[in-house]
Design a protein around this ligand. Structure first.
Ligand SMILES: [Zn+2]
Length: 133
């Protein structure tokens, strides 16, 4: 019988599953993907995912409740996530000035920003060009 693997090793397995899938996965999908490695508890997957988020290897896409591999792991960089409503793909892009132009308004209300992520929804290039005209 295979010995159950612990903490960081579980995180590596979940990260590998996300990389292999190449698309956003929910915690449940990640659990399905690592089940063959002997991980059966959703709690284990959630722990692995929060470890991966802490170490900036994985990002949670709030609006679709799924996880992606971080392309820009720098914590200070604002990020734009372009989410395709058709195929569910998520493209991670460095944010280019939109938030800094909002900075004055944000400062004015005395708000302290800790994380800046903009999620935009629509259709990716591939899905958009498949649409009959
Ligand atoms: Zn698409």
């Amino acid at each position: 019988m295979r010995r159950p693997v612990q903490g960081p090793a579980n995180a590596e397995l979940v990260l590998e599953a996300l990389k292999v899938s190449g698309k956003p996965m929910t915690a449940y999908e990640a659990l399905e993907a690592v089940r063959k490695e002997g991980i059966r508890s959703p709690l284990t997957v959630y722990r692995a995912l929060s470890l991966l988020i802490e170490s900036k290897k994985v990002r949670r896409v709030q609006s679709i409740g799924a996880y992606i591999v971080c392309k820009y792991p720098t914590p200070d960089v604002a990020i734009v996530l372009a989410i395709c409503d058709d195929c569910g793909s998520v493209e991670e892009l460095p944010e280019d000035g939109a938030l800094s132009s909002l900075k004055q308004e944000i400062d004015q209300i005395g708000f302290h920003v800790e994380q800046s992520i903009i999620e935009v929804k629509g259709r990716c290039g591939a899905c958009f060009s498949e649409t009959p005209t």
